[in-house]
Design a protein around this ligand. Structure first.
Ligand code: UDP
Length: 324
């Protein structure tokens, strides 16, 4: 099938494009390259255009006879969203609405959407199930929740089939080393720790050492990007087979603290990572861990990378190969 991969030049989108290609599909990447990379589009054509331009979406759908859509394109920094909320609602909500309208006008009935565990805000407990309250605490989280709601209503009103995938902490890189995580500026823990280990950045700041967790640092569920890519393929298949529209958590089901991530990088790299305690980052909950059992039951999906060391190994190889 020809699948429009909106935001397919980005981190998770490019890994999914590779997985789609391996499964025999043609990923047609639609990306404005604002944060994505031309070099990451390797498994199908690139339409360089912006979601603000609905006619460009309609044209891409026509030109490539698109049959289904996976939508990754979004701004995705909690901190930035607190500074520039309008930017987040414009891109993540208004532009997504253009996409949804274009799909409806083109009679496309299948849509997989990148949502986020951020939609849960500060959960009362972990692991988090899909039916927990979604009480986002940032414009970013709220914008993803609004995306889910738009999908729900396009489903109710027009019969569009959708799956929202709520990612926990996407991490790692293609084990074949072709693509990986490159953000500018980089704010994510694992690439920052690897760069610090390689002496390419100042010591890592540990944001918060007084959380109510065993070692005092925040706990996240680090889910490998190839596992995420696999879940998109399964979600698409599920929709094509007539599966009901719904949302799934995508995580490993267990968490690692910031200190455990640093220790994993030290093990993989065989070196010390310079790190220093710093205040908590605004809006960071103490622990976010998925209950991924629904995705397992319904999609037959399970994280293959269960061990933080394996996740870090793939990330390390990619970071090293790029900077040599
Ligand atoms: N973190 C940290 N130092 C950093 C970057 C992140 O201590 O330089 C912590 C952050 O507070 C969070 C975890 O690492 O608890 C993961 O953060 P990241 O930004 O990678 O992902 P997020 O959880 O914000 O999506």
């Amino acid at each position: 099938m020809n699948i429009l991969v909106v935001g397919g030049a980005g981190y998770i989108g490019s890994h999914t494009a590779k997985t789609l290609k391996k499964a025999g599909h043609i990923p047609v990447v639609f990306d404005n390259l604002s944060t994505g990379h031309r070099w990451a589009v390797r498994w199908g054509p690139l339409v360089e255009a912006d979601l603000a331009d609905k006619s460009a979406i309609l044209q891409a759908i026509r030109d490539y006879q698109i049959e289904a859509v996976i939508h990754f394109a979004a701004h995705a920094y909690v901190g930035e969203s607190m500074q520039y909320p309008a930017r987040y609602f414009r891109n993540n909500v208004a532009n997504m609405l253009n996409l949804l309208e274009a799909l409806h006008e083109s009679n496309i009935q299948h849509m997989v959407f990148s949502s986020s565990c951020t939609t849960y805000g500060i959960p009362e407990r972990v692991p988090i199930r899909e039916d927990f309250p979604q009480l986002a605490i940032s414009p970013y989280g709220e914008s993803k929740l609004m995306g889910e709601k738009m999908l729900k209503w396009f489903g109710e009103c027009y019969g569009m089939g959708w799956v929202a995938l709520r990612y926990f902490n996407a991490s790692g890189a293609d084990p074949e080393g072709e693509i990986g995580e490159v953000h500018d500026p980089e704010t994510h823990l694992i690439p920052l720790v690897i760069d610090a280990a390689l002496g390419r950045r100042p010591p890592v700041k540990i944001f918060g050492t007084d959380y109510p967790t065993p070692d005092g640092t925040a706990i996240r569920d680090y889910i490998h990007v190839m596992d995420l890519a696999d879940a998109h393929l399964r979600a698409l298949q599920y929709l094509l087979e007539g599966g009901q529209s719904t949302a799934f958590n995508l995580g490993t089901g267990h968490g690692n603290s910031v200190r455990e991530v640093i220790a994993a990088v030290e093990r993989v790299g065989g070196c010390r990572v310079p790190a220093e305690a710093a205040p908590r980052r605004a809006g960071d909950p103490p622990a976010l861990v998925a209950d991924p059992s629904k995705a397992h039951k319904v999609l037959g999906w399970e994280a293959r990378y269960q061990d933080i060391n394996q996740v870090v190994e793939t990330a390390w190889r990619f970071v090293e190969s790029r900077k040599r």
